[in-house]
Ligand binder design. Structure first.
Ligand code: EPZ
Length: 421
């Protein structure tokens, strides 16, 4: 296994080009199961989770020509409908093939994803919604066995909780269903919006895109003709690098971003005393004279994203004062707290609330262990300013969602080496 060896007290500066959003690319790749033609996708992120989903799609029979950040995918000869445990256990987002496979073939078997480091993460809302559309769902020996022999029927779906992949699964299922589907309390993250836009451009009538209520007119089982598209920039990757600028109090510019997608984070940076410059496709963070503490409550888009909670917590550990971070979405998304405390951070937990007593120059280098994707990026950020050397172990978590993060930070002046255990 690899680990990162990071020398602290870095001053970084310069600019980073942000790549395609992992959490947009995953549902978009799954949606190609609904295509009758070759689907041409550009700005695909070069991260492990994408490789995992491509491996699953290949197992199902998809054919593709894949060059790092571009792919042409054809699923016309797709002839299997089973997503096996060995793949699904490595990536929960494999559940995104459930809706499309069921809509296209009328049956499929998808392994239950199981929990992951940040919580139990059930898929009950996905399954209930599909049953509402006429599917028969059976859970047997860890697999979801779904059938809809006469095809899925349009229905009115009300999500009890806002679920990103739940919304995406049902939008894809509804695209091929017989009749109209209304989704109430839908997620409206930019990644959900792009999936809806790509399906609309493929001929599916969808209204309410970007709102919490979506109306989808199903094609009645007819496959869709996709137009070429480019994956939107990764707002979480962008926010992570801006946090690198914040924690080192440097000048850092992220290019190829959509500033509107970052707004909740940008306001928090400004609340902390950083200056933010917004351009059409770029954002620059500039040093604060004094890094102030903040209050954060994670919520669904356009609120503060849970996927940025760990990274901001790292910045809060060196702010001057007490920050309060309330993680409302996941019941166990504080795995990074114990590791940050090993580096000298002063953080206490009470249920979903973390209290961070920030002190400048508080952190020192030591060995820490990554536990999940965003927690691992938070540890790298902390290591950038810690006094001394930090080794961040189990960085396979990092590679799931970040493309060569250590290389990009090194290009900005950080001192990071990837080594073998
Ligand atoms: C997506 O996960 C993202 N992953 C996550 O990003 C992100 O943290 C999350 O949305 C919230 O924004 C992808 O898009 C691939 P949810 P998802 O369904 O869809 C509960 C990253 O770091 N829930 O919106 O799995 C669930 O337990 C990852 O890139 C149910 O109870 O999240 C959670 O508490 C981590 N039943 C809440 O809803 C269900 O059937 C939100 O989950 C589904 C969800």
């Amino acid at each position: 296994m690899d680990y990162l060896k990071i020398q602290g007290e870095s001053i970084i500066k310069g600019e980073i080009a942000i790549t395609g959003a992992k959490n947009a690319a995953l549902p978009l790749l799954a949606s190609t199961i609904l295509a009758s033609n070759n689907v041409v996708i550009s700005n695909l992120p070069n991260v492990v989770d994408i490789k995992t989903l491509l491996k699953l799609l290949r197992m199902l029979g998809a054919k593709f020509d894949h060059k790092v950040n571009d792919i042409t995918i054809n699923t016309s000869e797709l002839d299997k409908t089973e997503a096996t445990y060995d793949i699904v256990k490595t990536m929960r987002a494999s559940i995104l093939v459930l809706g499309p496979l069921l809509a296209r073939f009328g049956h499929c078997e998808v392994s239950l994803p199981g929990g992951c480091a940040i919580g139990q993460r059930p898929v009950d809302l996905h399954l209930k919604a599909l049953e509402h559309m006429g599917a028969v769902i059976e859970i047997k020996s860890g697999y979801i066995k779904a059938t809809a022999p006469d095809g899925l029927k349009g229905a009115t779906i009300v999500f009890d909780k806002i679920t990103v992949t739940g919304t995406e699964n049902i939008v894809m299922a509804a695209a091929l269903a017989h009749g109209n589907t209304t989704i109430i309390n839908a997620a409206k993250e930019p990644e959900v919006v792009q999936l809806c836009e790509v399906l609309r451009d493929a001929g599916v009538e969808i209204s309410g895109i970007g709102t919490n209520t979506l109306e989808v007119k199903g094609s009645g089982g007819k496959l869709l003709e996709f137009k070429p598209f480019s994956v939107i920039p990764d707002r979480i990757e962008a926010g992570t690098y801006l946090c690198a600028g914040a924690i080192t109090n440097s000048v850092l510019k992220v290019t190829n971003v959509i500033p509107k997608h970052l707004e909740a984070m940008l306001v928090k940076f400004e609340d902390m005393g950083f200056k933010i410059e917004r351009e059409e496709n770029a954002v620059t963070i500039l040093p604060a004279t004094k890094i102030k503490p903040i209050h954060i409550t994670t919520t669904e888009y356009p609120g503060f994203p849970t996927d940025m909670q760990a990274q901001f917590m790292a910045v809060c550990t060196i702010a001057e004062g007490v920050s309060i971070i309330d993680e409302k979405l996941f019941e166990n998304r504080f795995m990074h707290v114990s590791e940050l405390c090993r580096m000298g951070a002063d953080i206490s937990l009470n249920g979903t609330v973390a209290t961070v007593v920030g002190t400048p120059n508080k952190l020192f280098g030591t060995d820490v262990m990554a536990t999940d994707l965003r927690a691992s990026s938070a540890l790298v950020l902390a290591a950038l300013v810690a006094n001394g050397e930090t080794k961040v172990h189990r960085i396979y978590h990092l590679d799931r969602g970040y493309d060569r993060l250590e290389e990009k930070l090194t290009n900005l002046g950080a001192n990071i080496l990837r080594e073998k255990e």
